[in-house]
Design a protein around this ligand. Sequence first.
Ligand SMILES: NC(=O)c1ccc[n+]([C@@H]2O[C@H](COP(=O)([O-])OP(=O)(O)OC[C@H]3O[C@@H](n4cnc5c(N)ncnc54)[C@H](O)[C@@H]3O)[C@@H](O)[C@H]2O)c1
Length: 384
Amino acid sequence: MAAAAIATVSLSSVPREKRPRHCASTFNFNARQFSNSSSHCHSFTLRPRVPRPRAACRVIVAQAGGGYKVAILGAAGGVGQPLSLLAKMSPLVSALHLYDIAADVEGVAADLSHCNTPARVSGFTGEDELAGCLSGADVVVVAAGVPRKPGMTREDDRFGANAGVVRELVAAVADHAPPGALVHVISDPVDSTVPVAAEVLKHKGAYDPRRLLGVTALDVVRANAFVAARKGLPLADVDVPVVGGHAAATILPLLSKARPKAAFTDDEVEELTARVRDAGAGGSATLSMAYAAARFLEASLRGLDGHGDVYECAYVQSQVVPELPFFACRVRLGRDGVEEVMGSELRALTDYEARALEALKPTLKASIDKGVAYVQQHQEAALN
Ligand SMILES: NC(=O)c1ccc[n+]([C@@H]2O[C@H](COP(=O)([O-])OP(=O)(O)OC[C@H]3O[C@@H](n4cnc5c(N)ncnc54)[C@H](O)[C@@H]3O)[C@@H](O)[C@H]2O)c1
């Protein structure tokens, strides 16, 4: 393994033209980049503040506040609140707009605004304030809806409620957010809600597949944690791509592509695959989901900011599996959102992975079709 590069530098030693546009302030989000292959992975870790030389600090203060505007919809929820806190800590975020139908969001915004990090925080509640929340947003995170309760499946139980929430909120994104805004969909079932969002954007003439991303980062975070624990590997080094979708039957961790290379017995492959797939069965995750969504948000912002080699797994429109118009896969993130879908990762699968990929296709296809049909039915009903 090549040495990991830590992205935090003393800016006073870097020529001005080579400095990043935005840089760390209260916390360091350290980007670790694996440089021993064509694919890369980034993870961020939060580190306590360490004293810096004065010259470096002056540059940081001068550049703070020039970052991106992020809108979080559903910000008063179990995922939304900790995600908002983590976004407030990001040096790349200069404005944080928090929206929820629950008026509590005003209190969340006031509370967060007292954290001495540069992002300005504003709370928005009620439909009348949604347009203001979305105005000028670079990234809109949709975390609104009904969470999974113990025993529920992601796919069916919440589809009716959350498809309606996503349809309504994404329609507002099309109407009020800038055309270049990235949309991150967290609301489950992601396998269906992302197609719902795509259809809504198409009907509004505002669809750009590069800018619509289903957030499956929690599956990667879990796979990394479980593999590191099982194989006794350092957590920061482990990177497991997770493909397919984001339901128990459609999540597929590709252990054969995990880095660092490790030998897994058949039993380990079955056990780890089942563990990643079923990790949400005890009820909806909130804190780990917020961490995963914040990591994904940070990666997207680094992509927008022009950093090279930003890779994450996400559920996006692609042709890597021709019969599945949406598929979770590692993607390269850049100034236009998804700049490349790394379909090469599906080559040279093990027999187990190839069989699992075949097996998940009908379920994922049905979930995609369900999302598309939902919006079409709604459009037809609206016309009648
Ligand atoms: N993608 C993933 O890996 C993943 C993981 C965990 C949870 N989730 C999903 O994220 C969503 C949020 O989960 P949670 O635990 O925070 O739920 P929660 O019930 O705690 O919070 C949801 C929030 O959404 C708000 N909301 C509902 N309808 C809204 C609307 N129309 N406009 C604005 N806000 C609205 C609610 O007032 C609430 O504050 C759920 O759909 C859940 O299933 C996804």
